[in-house]
Design a protein around this ligand. Structure first.
Ligand code: AHN
Ligand code: ZN
Length: 329
């Protein structure tokens, strides 16, 4: 764990403790009007197959053949589901100076409408299992079934649903590249802003000039069995009403065991750069485990982040909740 990350999580746990104490006496969220009127049905088995397919390409690490093959697959799927496609190609510099050939893949629905929601996830996978309990694995790339592929899988199924039923508002789906090439734990020098390179680039160079959305939702690690999503602190700082809307929708749909009514730590993630770069309020739905020292699942950045870890029930909870938010907005 890096020093910066450690500091983040120390604060996180302090605030988390307070929030949990409050939580026991907090009132149940009241569902916003319209919940239950959405008739779309998120197919978790389809989302699961999209996750599996990404993993089947191999390690989606920039500058590899598997990475390029997966990019082509994601473009073709978004096209198949009727989105207008933009592919942003960028040369990005990693923490160690490596030049990364990166692709941000963007699919838009109703691109002419001013009322829009931005949905995003990262599609690259981490080149090192630097948090594996076995140091021999620290330089081994990970499958990233949850860390990367799960969010993209959910968004592909959402894209399929958007084609079936027009939401009547604009939706942009962005698959960001090079999120997970951040300074590894085995590196002695922590390089700031080394995570989220694709979203940093897009924040400065949006796919359309002056791009704007009403709000954004990031899906990061949304497929693990028994995942828990806490109200992430940066999301609360910049987009508290969106957090409340999403969490109360999830609860109304019966997914309260996943969407926990308590605050979690501040996490450096793609939403931060979309907030800063485009001034769009964004939230991060991310599996957070206050019981582990790193704050994430036990499999996080280990070789165990594979398909065994993915549960369609979790994909369903997240996908159905986001669809409900879209169709009732
Ligand atoms: C840090 O570890 C600083 N942020 C976590 C962002 C991340 C990595 N999400 C998935 N992988
Ligand atoms: Zn990661």
């Amino acid at each position: 764990m890096t020093k910066t990350c450690m500091m983040l999580f120390t604060c996180a746990f302090l605030s988390c403790g307070n929030q949990e104490a409050k939580q026991t006496t907090a009132a149940v969220d009241t569902p916003s009007t319209g919940i239950g009127t959405n008739t779309s049905d998120f197919h978790a088995d389809s989302a699961y197959r999209y996750v599996e397919k990404q993993v089947s390409f191999g390690l989606r690490v920039p500058n590899t053949a598997a990475h390029k093959a997966c990019a082509d697959y994601l473009v073709s799927e978004l096209k198949r589901f009727g989105a207008k496609l933009y592919v942003q190609e960028a040369r990005l510099t990693a923490y160690d100076g490596t030049q990364l050939q990166a692709f941000n893949i963007i699919g838009s629905y109703n691109p002419e409408l001013p009322k829009r929601i931005l949905l995003f996830a990262h599609w690259d996978s981490r080149p090192f299992a630097d948090h594996d309990h076995d140091p021999k694995n620290h330089h081994t790339p990970i499958d990233g079934a949850d860390d990367g592929a799960s969010g993209v899988g959910v968004l592909l199924e959402i894209a399929r649903q958007l084609q079936i039923k027009d939401p009547g508002i604009g939706i942009d789906i962005i698959f960001f590249d090079a999120e997970d090439y951040g300074t590894p734990a085995f590196e002695t020098r922590y390089v700031p802003d080394s995570w989220c390179l694709g979203s940093q680039f897009w924040g400065k160079n949006p796919h359309v000039p002056n791009y704007k959305a009403d709000f954004g939702i990031l899906l990061d690690m949304v497929g693990a069995k028994n995942a828990t999503f806490y109200k992430e602190s940066t999301s609360m700082k910049y987009a508290a009403p969106i957090v409340e809307k999403v969490w109360s929708t999830a609860r109304a749909l019966g997914y309260g065991k996943y969407f926990i009514h308590a605050t979690g730590g501040a996490i450096t993630d793609d939403h931060e750069y979309v907030i800063k770069g485009r001034n769009i309020p964004c939230i991060d739905i991310i599996n957070y485990d206050p019981e582990t020292p790193v704050g994430f699942g036990h499999y996080w950045h280990t070789v165990k982040d594979n398909m065994d870890n993915i549960d369609p029930a979790t994909l369903k909870a997240v996908g159905q909740t986001v669809l409900e938010v879209i169709y009732t907005y």
